[in-house]
Design a protein around this ligand. Structure first.
Ligand code: HQG
Length: 189
């Protein structure tokens, strides 16, 4: 029996990255039929049922998953890399600054290339520094970049917000990035 965390990671893997691993179809908006997911998982030796899915969706710390209004479908709201999913999201006006947390060893590369989406479909940005710091901590000593979203919008870049509040954009060129000096509260440009 997997723990809830293991099952949540399994759902992230299948709903964001590799639905084909269990032969599951996702639609362009990322939705999978819950009944099909349960069957496909069982066939690959992973126990899932409606109740477990509901529990994991409700308890998920970052609200990574969403259940459709009719209760029949589930999706990951962001973080996809699979080409099966191409969400059509409405561009929104973000706060004037957003934050990106990363590991200090990536700073040189980011200052050369800007923020790139890599395997995922978008660069992920946070509204607050605490969240961004947690994101950065996953890969090592965390550092924060501040993104000048106001100027990016003036220059025609679009921003989207996933249902769990994570901000998304395609690419952040270097001129819109400032390293945040975490020993001070102000931003150094
Ligand atoms: C870095 C988690 C070198 C980028 C989080 C990051 C988030 C570069 C890593 C969500 C670079 C990609 C996404 C460049 C970007 N050179 N490194 N030019 N541009 N990077 O995991 O943003 O728990 O794909 O800084 O909380 O860390 O999965 O992206 O360190 O919301 O729900 O390349 O994933 O959510 O790593 O995290 P990721 P991320 P979940």
């Amino acid at each position: 029996m997997k723990s809830h965390t293991q099952t949540s990671k399994f759902l992230s893997l299948i709903l964001r990255h590799k639905p084909e691993q269990i032969g599951l179809q996702l639609d362009q908006e990322g939705w999978a039929k819950i009944a099909e997911l349960i069957d496909a998982a069982q066939q690959h030796n992973t126990f899932l049922d409606d109740e477990l899915i509901q529990t994991i969706v409700a308890q998920n710390d970052k609200k990574r998953f969403q259940i459709s209004e009719d209760g029949l479908k589930i999706r990951a709201v962001q973080g996809h890399s699979t080409s099966a999913v191409q969400r059509q999201m409405t561009a929104l006006v973000p706060p004037p600054q957003l934050f990106h947390g990363t590991a200090s060893r990536f700073v040189d590369s980011i200052q050369t290339q800007g923020l790139i989406a890599g395997q995922r479909h978008h660069v992920h940005l946070s509204e607050n520094q605490e969240t961004a710091l947690k994101v950065g901590q996953r890969y090592g000593k965390p550092i924060l970049f501040v993104v000048n979203t106001t100027q990016m919008q003036r220059d025609g870049f679009e921003f989207f917000q996933a249902e769990n509040g994570v901000w998304l954009t395609a690419h952040v060129p270097t001129q819109y990035l400032s390293l945040l000096d975490q020993t001070k509260t102000e931003v150094f440009v």
